[in-house]
Design a protein around this ligand. Structure first.
Ligand code: 5GP
Length: 180
């Protein structure tokens, strides 16, 4: 295990099983529909890559980048679009693919701007949900795992741009992110 992590939370097998379960459900729900999956960079890139390969229907993909934590582990509530979608989403079915919903501020903001573009529908799929820290209610339609209030890394999730490459999901040691 990486020396900066306290413990493993979800193994490769846990993640693979969950991704396939989600892929099956989403494929069934959107069968016969034109679905655009929107991955939120950078954290959801790894999950998105696995999730589309677990789908049994054809889907289009695009990505957005929003400003998030930066070097801190606390959400500021300030969200900025760093990269927008390439095309119009009018009358299309949109599935936002996120790494983790924490305070819910990022998703609340994103839902508001995407709904203003008149899609046929917008839903949220997140790999992880941390409901204990919610500040805004978020309608999560598809959730991988619900976790406690702990800071996790790996499988695309970073701290200070590190640990994204780790293949499993881990709890980061407190001394790594707490201000001394
Ligand atoms: P929210 O606006 O819901 O508080 O923030 C969501 C974003 O915060 C996530 O997309 C992710 O970038 C970051 N985040 C929240 N909790 C964690 C965590 O435990 N680990 C990591 N690496 N990022 C987190």
């Amino acid at each position: 295990m990486h020396p900066d992590v306290e413990k493993i939370l979800f193994s490769r097998v846990d993640i693979d099983n969950k991704v396939h379960e989600l892929g099956d459900i989403i494929s069934r729900d959107y069968a016969g529909q034109d679905l655009l999956m929107v991955g939120i960079l950078k954290g959801a890139a790894v999950f998105m890559a696995d999730l589309i390969r677990a789908m049994s229907i054809d889907v289009s993909i695009d990505f957005m980048a929003l400003s998030s934590y930066g070097a801190s582990s606390k959400s500021t509530g300030v969200v900025r679009i760093l990269k927008d979608l390439d095309k119009s989403i009018e009358n299309r079915h949109i599935l936002i693919v996120e790494d983790i919903v924490d305070t819910g501020l990022t998703m609340t903001y994103l839902l508001k701007i995407l709904k203003a573009r008149n899609p046929a529908s917008v839903r949220i799929c997140t790999m992880l949900d941390k409901p204990s820290r919610r500040q805004a209610e978020v309608p999560v339609k598809y959730n991988g795992f619900t976790i406690l209030d702990q800071f996790v890394v790996g499988y695309g999730l970073d701290y200070n741009e590190k640990y994204r490459y780790l293949p499993e999901i881990y709890v980061l040691k407190k001394e790594i992110y707490q201000v001394k």
